[in-house]
Design a protein around this ligand. Sequence first.
Ligand SMILES: Cc1cc2nc3c(=O)[nH]c(=O)nc-3n(C[C@H](O)[C@H](O)[C@H](O)COP(=O)(O)O)c2cc1C
Length: 337
Amino acid sequence: MRNPIFNTEITRLLNIAHPLLCGGLGPGVSDGAYVAAVVNAGGMGFIVSSGYDNPEDFEAELATCRNRVGDKGFGVNLYISRIAGGVERVLDLLPLLSRYGVTCVETAGASPAEIIPRLKEMGITVLHKIPALRYIATAERVGADAVIVVGQECGGHPGIYMIGSIVQAALAPFETRLPTIAAGGFATGRQLVAALAMGNGAILMGSRMMVAEELWINQKFKEFVVSADGTESVVAKKAFRDNHRILDNDTAKAILQLEAEGVTDFDTYRPHFTGKLTRAHYQSGDPSRGTFDWGHSIAFANRIATVEEIFDEIIDDAVKARDRLAELALPTDGGRA
Ligand SMILES: Cc1cc2nc3c(=O)[nH]c(=O)nc-3n(C[C@H](O)[C@H](O)[C@H](O)COP(=O)(O)O)c2cc1C
């Protein structure tokens, strides 16, 4: 692991070496082995709680991660569904989090207001993920410890306002007293330096990590990611005000066709959105069917590598960016003396 080069409010809050967070990847993609690799490389990762057929399978991932990280902290992604029973399903999982010593949680989806008090009682740090700054006051009010702000370029759910990261990452630190984490398109060290310079405490990545050796998805799928240049995504589910940036494949085309026909009954769409279909295609390595969250920063995923190698590359790039800024800087008198 590279030596730490930045000490930020987020590295201190999470007790990690690098201000590098890897967001939850569903369905079941960011599992115990991958999150352990992220933690052991000096960052923070999140096991997705959604995407498992039963709580026992989720528990097995928590156990794997705990065994591999020793006494270090690790995280869980709790996606709170807006449909009935979403909050209750998450509440039922919380005892497992304390059993395996989970230290932080990434919440996403519906408001975590009912969940945060329980997480606080358990001593868990809460990072709430939002797609637009208009939700930042809510994150503060419901008791989040930090806020992750994702811009429209992200893989997954960019929200309905679709504001880019270059604007949101520059505004967020000035809109809240909470530490902020920039996400959506961030994947390099030079972007990390820019995010920190804008006032954020870390970056969070998803798409960039899809080539991590530790991920269980088929090598052929990772090779497809390497060959991609970031132009392959479309935004589906706009009709449901639940924008979803995914790979433009046969499944995406079928969804967009239904939207173009004005179909509003979600049951018609449901067969395209099953986690089972997506998981099967991650397993076989065939990207033609399934809904694959796919952000622009796929462009930076140029080779299959371990999480530690990816982090090393990012930190080396950050050092160069930091040094470039130092070289460009004029003395405070503007160089007139
Ligand atoms: C393959 C994939 C699956 C994802 N699954 C989830 C998920 O289940 N829950 C969630 O909160 N975010 C999910 N995300 C979003 C990421 O956690 C993260 O917010 C996002 O990828 C950051 O933007 P980036 O893709 O530009 O790095 C997913 C992203 C990707 C690429």
